[in-house]
Design a protein. Structure first.
Length: 139
């Protein structure tokens, strides 16, 4: 009966559906000296797991303080961001001022052209007035 139970546990073990308690039963069975002949091939597997479980790393590791490059990277990123915002806004303001200057220049040129035409017409009106006065004065 125990052999049938071990066979079903092995099937569950290879399907990864065993519980921790069932795996402990398998480990104890394979560490025992009485293992069924058709299951002897799995003895090294469970012996390895038992030995690996008991292994400990005993060598002392020197711990070096870590340098925090992330902090300097974030400081550099913030500096670049502030630099970009400051000079970007300054550049944008300069472009807007140049655009406003060009638009004002166009408007004043248009106004000057129309004003020039208007003064020419006013000069004709002045001649008309002078002629009209001559006619009224002669009559």
């Amino acid at each position: 009966m125990e052999l049938d139970r071990i066979d079903t546990l092995m099937e569950k073990y290879f399907e990864a559906t065993t519980t921790v308690a069932e795996e402990e039963m398998l480990r104890e069975y394979f560490l025992n000296e009485k293992v069924a002949p058709h299951l002897e091939q799995y003895i090294p597997l469970f012996q390895f797991f038992s030995m690996a479980k008991e292994e400990k790393y005993s060598k002392q590791l020197p711990l070096k303080p870590r340098k925090n490059y992330f902090r300097w990277g974030s400081v550099a990123a913030v500096a670049i961001l502030v630099f970009g915002i400051y000079f970007g806004n300054k550049y944008q303001e300069q472009r807007e001022a140049e655009y406003a200057y060009q638009q004002t220049k166009k408007a004043l040129t248009l106004l000057a052209a129309n004003f020039s035409r208007g003064t020419e017409k006013a000069a004709y009106l002045n001649e008309f007035e002078v002629t009209k006065q001559k006619i009224y004065n002669n009559n």
